[in-house]
Design a protein around this ligand. Structure first.
Ligand code: PHE
Length: 447
């Protein structure tokens, strides 16, 4: 048994903000707009919304419920559900931990770029023009140094523990980010070319829907809601028993999806505005030149056209984004750290520094072999492992967990649920539809 006492979020709002903090991050501002731009815009948006509503939301309820029932890390929580097969349950828990750790290893690299763009204008202003260029230009050294800095920040926050570290960082950030988005959207809509981007984003051309788009949008939905890899299970374990889980999950999913939608409303128009201004966004065949750094090309080019106010806006935007990335990265590191605490009896400091250090090493290896490893790690973890693990959790909830025990857990914080429409549909839906639908999305492109 663990020797430490288990932390808890201090209020319902605190939890929603922390879980939304985990969900809102690079997935919304880098992943979603980039994938939408490379998959026909509105067609991707439509299918993405379907994936969030039909697959990610029910699985978010499932993961939070598993975590709160288990009151522990993913390994123990899963073992508690499948007590007859503890070894198999633990193996899946371990795969989730590895997935969260590998996600963190590439996430730190991109978040490091955000840090670079956040400090560049100030560096320029105080006369360090070369440094400003270095932090915003692609190089192995820049990638490594900034990823190290971002990882240290993550370790620092996680080490401080649950309510203190995580909750504090998450509250009040999202409204500010949203306000900034609105400002930027209003500006970009006044620029030449913006309407072309807006049309691409909002008028669906269904001919773009194909197997690849389905797989991409499902992975993006699981990534954006922090599913599959145990983050939401761990956060569920810190959730108090008087919280209504389905309602909380719906709030978190709405905030996350709202922010992704808003980010698309900015970035797709901004892409065409940048093109008008002579920035090379597309190649001769009309495809995106580089999807990985699309956002990092388009946004700075927009801030450039805004004059002095652009410098200030850019600074606020990138600083807020670094914080948004941080509230996500801490929820990744929390997965292995909570396991080491509970299962190996490590204290929080040792677990955080030790595991954070190993993940950082992986980040450095990826940075130094960017071309070969970056896309590979992103795809294996977010496109494949997150949804596939989601299918496994659906099997745990739908087939292995005793229905009465599941009802007993979800009833807490929601005593009338047994008579609700939700309870009539959800257990059956998670049992049959979720695992089959997830597998079918993968099989469809093959046939
Ligand atoms: N949801 C986060 C984002 O959108 C990423 C994340 C993935 C966080 C997995 C935790 C676990 O940026």
């Amino acid at each position: 048994m663990a020797s430490h006492s288990r932390g808890q979020f201090s209020s319902k709002l605190g939890f929603i903000m922390a879980a939304a903090g985990s969900a809102v991050g690079l997935g919304n501002v880098w992943g979603f707009p980039t994938k939408a731009a490379s998959n026909g815009g509105a067609a991707f948006l439509v299918i993405y919304l379907v994936m969030v509503f039909a697959l990610a939301f029910p699985m978010l309820v499932a993961e939070l419920t598993i975590g709160r029932y288990g009151q522990s890390n993913p390994i123990s929580s899963l073992k508690k559900i499948w007590s007859k097969q503890p070894a198999i349950a633990a193996t899946f828990g371990l795969i989730a931990i590895l997935t969260a750790s590998f996600i963190l290893s590439f996430y730190s690299i991109i978040a490091g770029w955000l840090m670079g763009y956040a400090v560049a204008p100030s560096l320029d202003f105080i006369g360090f023009a070369d440094a400003a260029i270095w932090v915003t230009s692609f190089s192995d050294s820049r990638n490594v140094v900034l990823a190290v800095l971002f990882s240290l920040l993550t370790v620092f926050v996680v080490q401080k523990g649950i309510a203190d570290g995580i909750e504090k960082w998450s509250t009040r950030l999202m409204p500010l980010l949203l306000a900034l988005f609105v400002l930027m959207i209003v500006y970009i809509f006044t620029q030449d070319g913006a309407m072309e981007g807006l049309k691409m984003y909002l008028i669906p051309d269904l001919s773009h829907i194909n197997g690849g788009l389905l797989v991409d949008s499902m992975g993006q939905a699981f990534f954006s809601l922090s599913l599959g890899c145990g983050s939401m299970m761990v956060y569920g374990s810190y959730l108090s028993k008087d919280v209504n889980i389905p309602r909380t999950a719906a709030q978190v999913a709405s905030i996350d999806t709202g922010i992704a939608f808003t980010a698309g409303l900015l970035i797709l128009p901004a892409m065409y505005v940048a093109k008008q201004n002579g920035v090379e966004i597309f190649n001769d065949a009309g495809q995106l030149k580089s999807s990985t750094d699309l956002v990092f090309t388009v946004l700075p080019s927009m801030f450039d056209t805004m004059g002095g106010i652009g410098i200030l806006l850019g600074l606020c935007f990138f600083v807020l984004m670094v914080i948004a990335a941080l509230t996500s990265s801490i929820s990744m590191l929390e997965v292995p750290v909570s396991c080491a605490q509970d299962e190996l009896n490590w204290n929080r400091s040792t677990a955080t520094w030790g595991i954070g250090g190993v993940i950082l090493l992986v980040s450095v290896i990826i940075s130094l072999n960017f071309g070969a490893l970056f896309g590979l790690v992103v795809d294996v973890t977010t496109v494949y492992l997150q949804p596939l693990l989601g299918a496994v959790w659906a099997v745990f909830v739908g087939w292995i967990w005793h229905r009465n025990k599941l009802l007993g857990e979800i009833k807490q914080g929601n005593p009338e649920i047994a008579d609700s429409l939700f309870w009539k549909i959800w257990p059956w839906y998670v049992r049959f539809i979720c695992p089959v639908a997830i597998l079918m999305v993968f099989i469809y492109p093959l046939i």
